[in-house]
Ligand binder design. Structure first.
Ligand code: NDP
Ligand code: GDR
Length: 362
C-alpha cells in the first residue's frame, strides 16, 4: 500500500486527536509532535498508539516543540511528509493576555518556523501545509456574518499572533508557490475539549452538580455569542482543504449562534437540572436556591478586550469543498454532557470509597 504521510503538530490536543483518527481511517501514515511534559500528556491519542515493534504500525509520536527550529527541521527531514497540519498553539485566548510573548513565539513564529523548514529542506513542491487559523481574527467584527473577505480586527495577543500566522501562510503560498492554506475555523468543541474552555467547563460542572460533587459554577461574560460546531466535523474539512487543485483559505462555521447563557441552559435541560443565576446584576430575587445549580458571574473571567459576537458564513466551503456540518448544537451539547456525566460517575464512586479525586476547576 502506498500510503500518504501526514505530520500533525498539536496531535495531543482536541483537533489533533480527531484528525489523527480521521487520517488513520483514510489509510495515512500519521506522525505527530508531542511536547515533553513532566507527566503523561497523550491521553487523547493513547487509543491510537501501537507498540513500535509491531508490524504495519502507522502512528508515530516524536518529541518536539514549535519554539525549536532545529528540532522541526530534523523531524520534517526524517518524516518527509506529504501533508503538514499545523494545529499546535497556545490556544487559550484569556491565557494569551498573561503570556503574550510566549503566545507570539508559538502561535506566530511557530508557523513561520514550520514554513521555513519546508523551504530549507526543498520540500515546497512536495509538502502541503495547513494552518489552523481562527474566527478570533475577526474580533471586533466589521461585518456579520463573517466570511473570507471580512476585514480582521484581532482583540487579544492570541488573535494578533494568529493574524501573523495567517498572513505568513498566504505570503509563502504567493512567494514560493507552496501549497499552503488557512482554515478560518469558528469555535468547535467535543467531549475532549480542554476543560478550561467555556463549553467543557459548563458541561463538566453541571454533570458534577447532578451527582452532588459541586454546587456552583463561576463564569465570566454570559452574553458572549459564538458559532459552535463539533470538532469531528471540522477536522474533515482540514483534510479536504489539502485535497484541492489550488490552495485557498476557507471559513468553516455552522452559521448558527448561541450565547454562553444559552449553552448553560441547553446543558441544564439535557441533565434535567435547574439553574440559579447569581451575581453582577443577574440575581433572580425570591428564587429558591435549593436543588438548583448556582451559576455566578466572576469578573476574574472577563477579558481586557472581549470578542462579544462571532457568526460565520461558510458558503465558500459548502460550494467548493462540498462540506456541510453534520452535528447540530443540541447533539454536540448532548454528547459532551453524557461523557462528562460518565466521568462524574467515576469520580463519585472513587470519592465514595474514600479516595482522592481531582476537584480542581478553573
Ligand atoms: P488544544 O489547546 O486542544 O491543543 C493545542 C495543541 O498544541 C496541544 O497538542 C498542545 O500540546 C500543542 N502545543 C501547545 N504549545 C506547543 C508548543 N510550543 N510546541 C508544540 N506543541 C504545542 O487546541 P485545539 O485542538 O482546540 O485547536 C487546534 C488548533 O486550532 C490551535 O492552533 C487553535 O488555536 C486553533 N483553533 C481552534 C479552534 C477551536 O475552537 N478549537 C477554532 C479555531 C482555531 P499539549 O497537549 O502538550 O498542551
Ligand atoms: P474562545 O473560547 O475565547 O472563543 O476561543 P472560550 O471557550 O475560552 O470562550 C468563549 C466565550 O465564553 C466567554 N466566557 C468564558 N470563557 C472561558 N474560557 N471561561 C469562562 O469561565 C467564561 N465565561 C464566559 C469568553 O469570554 C468568550 O467570550 C476558542 C479557542 O479554542 C481558540 O483557540 C479559538 O481560536 C477560538 O475559540 C475560535
Amino acid at each position: 500500500m502506498n500510503s500518504k504521510v501526514a505530520l500533525i503538530t498539536g496531535i495531543t490536543g482536541q483537533d489533533g486527536s480527531y484528525l489523527a483518527e480521521f487520517l488513520l481511517e483514510k489509510g495515512y501514515i500519521v506522525h505527530g509532535i508531542k511536547r515533553r511534559a513532566s507527566s503523561f500528556n497523550t491521553a487523547r491519542v493513547d487509543h491510537l498508539y501501537h507498540d513500535p515493534h509491531e508490524v504495519n504500525v502507522r502512528f508515530f509520536l516524536h518529541h518536539g516543540d514549535l519554539t525549536d527550529s532545529s528540532n522541526l527541521v530534523r523531524l520534517i527531514q526524517k518524516i518527509q511528509p506529504d501533508e503538514i497540519y499545523n494545529l499546535a498553539a497556545m490556544s487559550h485566548v484569556a491565557v494569551s493576555f498573561e503570556s503574550p510573548e510566549y503566545t507570539a513565539d508559538v502561535d506566530a513564529i511557530g508557523p513561520l518556523r514550520m514554513l521555513e523548514a519546508i523551504r530549507i529542506l526543498g520540500l515546497e513542491k512536495k509538502t502541503k501545509f495547513y494552518q489552523a487559523s481562527t474566527s478570533e481574527l475577526y474580533g471586533l467584527v466589521q461585518e456579520t456574518p463573517q466570511k473570507e473577505t471580512t476585514p480582521f480586527y484581532p482583540r487579544s495577543p492570541y488573535a494578533v499572533a494568529k493574524l501573523y500566522a495567517y498572513w505568513i501562510t498566504v505570503n509563502y503560498r504567493e512567494a514560493y508557490g507552496m501549497y499552503a492554506c488557512n482554515g478560518i475555523l469558528f469555535n468547535h468543541e467535543s467531549p475532549v475539549r480542554g476543560e478550561n474552555f467555556v463549553t467543557r467547563k459548563i458541561t463538566r460542572a453541571l454533570a458534577r452538580f447532578k451527582l452532588g460533587l459541586q454546587d456552583r459554577l463561576y463564569l465570566g461574560n454570559l452574553d458572549a455569542k459564538r458559532d459552535w460546531g463539533h470538532a469531528k466535523d471540522y477536522v474533515e474539512m482540514q483534510w479536504l482543504m489539502l485535497q484541492q487543485e489550488q490552495p485557498e483559505d476557507f471559513v468553516i462555521a455552522t452559521g448558527v449562534q448561541y450565547s454562553v447563557r444559552d449553552f448553560v441552559n441547553e446543558a441544564a435541560q439535557e441533565l434535567g437540572i435547574r439553574i440559579r443565576w447569581e451575581g453582577n446584576g443577574v440575581d433572580e430575587k425570591g428564587f429558591d436556591a435549593k436543588g438548583n445549580c448556582i451559576v455566578s458571574v466572576d469578573p476574574r473571567y472577563f477579558r481586557p478586550t472581549e470578542v462579544e459576537t462571532l457568526l460565520g458564513d461558510a458558503t465558500k466551503a459548502k460550494q467548493k469543498l462540498g462540506w456541510e456540518p453534520k452535528i447540530t448544537f443540541q447533539e454536540l451539547v448532548q454528547e459532551m454532557v453524557r461523557e462528562d456525566l460518565k466521568s462524574a460517575e467515576r469520580d463519585q464512586l472513587v470519592k465514595r470509597h474514600g479516595y482522592y479525586t481531582n476537584d480542581y476547576h478553573e
